[in-house]
Ligand binder design. Structure first.
Ligand code: NAD
Ligand code: MG
Length: 383
């Protein structure tokens, strides 16, 4: 039986993964949560993992007390060391990285170094350090299975074909809640407008990223590293219905597309069961009930975050690290009503321009640049 640790088990992807696991023969050995110890406690009773990690030390103590009262033997650890412990547990075969943000970098590196395969939802890790992660995985004989729906679609479209014969990768984007709006209309959008995604129910950070189109920018960089592509081979097409999850064009003019309901459990399951396809009862598409499938160009003039991601990729080195870290800080400010929606690309642009790029960075360089960026944004934008 395959054994798994789930980093970020209380989040949107984490909870859907636990749902998927009900139908799979896999044993859960480790779980982690940032602060929701109530949900984590329920998951412990259900899955009986060996070890769980909670970011906050006090909350970890509280959870330990509760488990002891209920005579549960699961070990509770805390902090980044705790996360790393869960990511590297001896018997674990595969680690699902469903944490949000660049905090996922160190546990992912540790898991790879310990020889664990990775089911990767935490796209920020590849954006900030793809140049290091992919060779590291290769060096340790570790597979990185994409969970992100677009990347899972591409991965599926590549099966049975020769990657050298790919002409282009077409990432589809829903366009988010503000598709079609002008800059002027975006000036006064509110947090609740931005959190109202038309097709997907997800964590707050990725929902805001979808509204700014930064999510697609991060996914372009994620695809570049996962599939070893050149920027010119990557195209983004807005497809508001989110039925086609992405496409691959081969050099003979043939397109392969992967379609399905917008349901993250499908790519989560494929990442965990690859190369097998296990029967499930998730809702199927009713083609005759589908109305139009439409496609349009992304408006990169209005949604500047997507353009910034292409720029960061072109500038190379630590520019994608700065893009990602500045975006995380800007989204936090926006979530706390400390900046406006249109400040988000402005904050990122200023950070990228102020940064002295490091080509071929080490892991320490990346962690240092993440810190520099956080401080730069906080210094300028937080009261
Ligand atoms: P979420 O906010 O719902 O959950 C995040 C999880 O990470 C939670 O379990 C939380 O406890 C944990 N966490 C948050 N901050 C942490 C910190 N500082 N330290 C340790 N743990 C922390 O997020 P989500 O929507 O599930 O997204 C998770 C990742 O998956 C993101 O990288 C996102 O881009 C990616 N992703 C999500 C979806 C989706 O449908 N939700 C789709 C594709 C990709
Ligand atoms: Mg996606």
């Amino acid at each position: 039986m395959k054994k798994i640790s789930i980093l970020g088990s209380t989040g949107s992807i984490g909870t859907q993964a636990i749902d998927v696991l009900k139908n799979l023969k896999m044993e859960v050995l480790g779980l982690t949560a940032h602060s929701n110890i109530e949900l984590l406690e329920q998951q412990i009773y259900e899955l009986q993992p060996l070890v769980v990690a909670v970011t906050d030390h006090e909350k970890a103590l509280e959870l330990r007390r509760r488990l002891r009262t209920n005579l549960v033997e699961t070990k509770v650890v805390s902090g980044i060391e705790g996360l790393i412990e869960v990511a590297t547990l001896d018997e674990v075969d595969i680690v699902l990285t469903s944490i949000v943000g660049m905090v996922g970098l160190r546990p992912t590196v540790a898991a790879i170094e310990a020889g664990k395969h990775i089911a990767l939802a935490n796209k920020e890790t590849l954006v900030t350090a793809g140049e290091l992660i992919m060779p590291l995985a290769k060096q340790h004989g570790v597979m990185i299975y994409p969970v992100d729906s677009e990347h899972s679609a591409i991965f599926q479209c590549l099966q049975g074909n020769n990657a050298k014969e790919v002409e282009k990768i077409i990432l589809t984007a829903s366009g988010g809640p503000f598709r079609g709006k002008t800059i002027n209309e975006l000036r006064n959008v509110t947090l609740s407008d931005a959190l109202n995604h038309p097709n997907w129910s997800m964590g707050k950070k990725i929902t805001i990223d979808s509204a700014t189109l930064m999510n697609k920018g991060l996914e372009v960089i994620e695809a570049k590293w996962l599939f070893d592509l050149d920027i010119k081979d990557l195209e983004v097409v807005v497809h508001p219905q989110s039925i086609i999850h992405s496409m691959v064009l081969y050099q003979d003019g043939s397109y392969m597309a992967q379609l399905g309901q917008p349901d993250m459990r499908v790519p989560i399951q494929y990442a965990l069961t690859y190369p097998k396809r296990i029967k499930n009862n998730f809702q199927r598409l009713d083609f005759t009930g589908l109305k139009d499938l439409t496609f349009e160009k992304p408006d990169q003039g209005t949604f500047q975050c997507l353009q910034l991601a292409f720029d960061a990729l072109a500038r190379k080195g630590t520019q994608p690290t700065v893009l990602n870290a500045a975006n995380e800080e800007a989204v936090n400010l926006f979530l706390n009503n400390q900046c406006s929606f249109l400040d988000i690309p402005e904050i990122i642009l200023q950070s990228m321009d102020a940064h002295r790029n490091i080509l071929e960075p080490t892991l320490d360089d990346i962690l240092e640049v993440e810190n520099w960026t956080r401080n730069f944004v906080k210094g300028r934008w937080s009261e």
